[in-house]
Design a protein. Structure first.
Length: 272
């Protein structure tokens, strides 16, 4: 029976196997790991146009944050009007609320293919030879805690991968905070004063800030680390894919942010 995921897994198997054969004379036992990294980089290279579009959308959204907050304060009690005003603002700026999610959503099929590839004993009716490869003695198709335990060599390799992912997630979150323009303290104080005054007049609190407070803020800060949780339930090969993809995203965002800052610094200041 025809299976579309099966076709994708079969295609990925031929690509990764071919790359493994090319790298073997040079890298030996690490050839399959290098092949997975090369495969991941090829996928991210194909997605560069969408990634750049998403990064542009994220910068626009960060720049629009004060205007969006003003709309929430003004139309907080009129959800339909608020939605129309926000949509109109995004449309004028050539972006949307979900502009930054497209590359993330497109990553899931490739991650699923990598997961299935290293969980399938056979691919296309033939034995999956990629399962015979390992990283420092840990099979690429093995899950965390599916063998000798966290104190073994296998556990150390997985914990190293988790540490890399967590570090990349932290750097990504830090870069996201740097990319978001922050209002000056006087402006923030004035805004808080207006919010408090409006709250006293209306007898109700104003909408929360975009970053969220309390439980919602904690959830937003913890969300990037979901990648580590996913890696804990995926084969080691999928963890390698996630590390490579997240490192690519971090470098991509860093370079885009620097180029945007350079372009902004080179523009003449507007006369008031």
């Amino acid at each position: 029976m025809f299976s579309f995921p099966g076709v994708l897994v079969d295609a990925a198997y031929h690509v990764v196997s071919g790359l493994t054969g090319i790298f073997t004379p040079v890298l030996g036992g690490l050839a399959a790991v290098a092949a997975i990294i090369a495969f991941t980089m090829a996928v991210r290279l194909l997605l560069v146009p969408l990634s750049l579009r998403a990064l542009r959308g994220q910068l626009i959204q960060a720049r629009l944050a004060p205007q969006l907050q003003a709309l929430r304060q003004r139309y907080g009690r009129q959800p339909e009007r608020l939605q129309r005003e926000m949509s109109a603002l995004y449309k004028r700026e050539g972006t949307s609320l979900f502009a930054g999610f497209t590359p993330l959503l497109l990553q899931w099929p490739f991650l699923s293919v990598m997961y299935l590839l290293f969980r399938s004993p056979q691919v296309g009716g033939t034995p999956n030879t990629l399962l015979s490869h390992d990283l420092f003695g840990v099979p690429l198709g093995m899950h965390w805690l599916s063998g000798a335990g966290p104190g073994s060599l296998q556990g150390v390799v997985f914990l190293g991968a988790f540490a890399l992912l967590a570090g990349l997630c932290w750097l990504s979150a830090r870069l996201a905070r740097l990319m978001a323009p922050q209002a000056s303290e006087p402006q923030a104080s004035k805004a808080q004063g207006r919010n408090a005054q409006a709250s006293n007049v209306r007898g109700a609190g104003t909408p929360a800030a975009p970053g969220g407070t309390g439980g919602s803020g904690l959830l937003i800060r913890a969300l990037p680390y979901l990648t580590v949780v996913i890696a804990a339930f995926a084969p080691l090969a999928a963890g390698i894919y996630l590390v490579t993809s997240l490192a690519w995203s971090l470098a991509e965002r860093r370079l885009y942010w620097r180029s945007a800052r350079t372009a902004g610094a080179g523009r003449p200041a507007r006369r008031r």
